[in-house]
Design a protein around this ligand. Structure first.
Ligand code: NAD
Length: 278
């Protein structure tokens, strides 16, 4: 099946599919199968990370997909204990090898770990990888505004992306506004709220019924219409297909407002200001 996901244009002109496939918590063997299913369903963007321990399976699925390298957008991330200029360059080489690639499309710093105070040096390594053509775009994940400000002040390349926890219960207004002001794309992790209570919220269920869609599809549509990049995860083939089948309907203003009213500023994951500190 050919891809039907529209791209967004990153701040360096690189195109990134607005919807991709996340593989957090998917064991390496299963990742190979899941990524193969996703590519077959039309996904053209895969989000992995060194710490997910499934770069090998991901790379294998990409290699055996029959797709041209330039038609798949691969993201991976450097883990906290490999931050620092030299360590990051080494970590990147190890990730590329596991992925069986000679470049990635997007390389991210996974968490800022401010207590460690290494993210600026780490980012300089990313700038080198970008300059060398080994990462087509570079960015960050879980960065709060002060961390982004520091990068903008002390480094040269504006991050293309900040991948943050974002779903209707945690809408991240302040970060999104900051990103928009500086040309940084907002990528939503746990876009479905990890499939927990969010998909049973009556307002979401009602909108799904109205459009004859599923709650997951409605939540993904909300993200897309806001302009977020999304990377829903599933290992269930029918759900993998369901989650990409979201480009032939539109939520109206009333639907969008009803979902936007669900914000509780509630994180499922850790607070980036503290995470990773010893
Ligand atoms: P998600 O919001 O994508 O939810 C995934 C879960 O929702 C699945 O495990 C399943 O239980 C359920 N689900 C999926 N599709 C469904 C459907 N159609 N109907 C009903 N239930 C469904 O959560 P996630 O996996 O935490 O996040 C997605 C991706 O974001 C990850 O795989 C990873 O790539 C990325 N991520 C990044 C970070 C980071 O720190 N950068 C952290 C967490 C996740």
């Amino acid at each position: 099946m050919s891809s039907k996901v529209p791209p967004i244009i990153l701040n360096n002109g690189v195109e990134m599919p607005q919807l991709g496939f996340g593989v957090w918590q998917v064991p390496d063997k299963e990742a190979e199968r899941a990524v193969a299913t996703a590519l077959d369903a039309g996904y053209r963007s895969i989000d992995t990370a060194a710490i997910y321990r499934n770069e090998k399976g991901t790379g294998k699925a990409v290699a055996s997909s029959g797709l041209r390298r330039e038609d798949v957008f691969v993201t991976t991330k450097v883990w906290n204990n490999e931050q620092g200029y030299d360590a990051t360059l080494r970590a990147f080489d190890a990730s590329l090898k596991k992925l069986r690639l000679d470049y990635v499309d997007l390389y991210l710093i996974h968490w800022p770990v401010p207590a460690q105070d290494t993210y600026v040096d780490t980012y300089r390594a990313l700038e080198k990888l970008h300059a060398d053509g080994r990462a087509r775009a570079i960015g960050v994940s879980n960065f709060l505004t002060p961390h982004l400000r520091r990068l903008l002040d002390e480094t040269s390349v504006v991050p293309a992306v900040n991948q943050i926890e974002l779903h209707p219960h945690l809408q991240q207004h302040q970060s999104r506004a900051f990103h928009a002001e500086h040309g940084i794309a907002t990528e939503a992790w746990s876009p479905l709220g990890q499939g927990k209570g969010l998909l049973e919220v009556p307002a979401v269920v009602a909108i799904a019924r109205k459009h004859e869609r599923t709650p997951a599809q409605v939540v993904l549509r909300w993200h897309l219409q806001l302009g977020n990049v999304v990377i829903p995860k599933s290992v269930t083939p029918s759900r993998i297909r369901e989650n990409i089948d979201v480009f032939d309907f539109l939520l109206d203003d009333e639907d969008l407002a009803a979902i936007s009213a669900l914000d509780e500023d509630r994180r499922l994951g850790p607070d980036p200001a503290a995470f990773g500190a010893n």
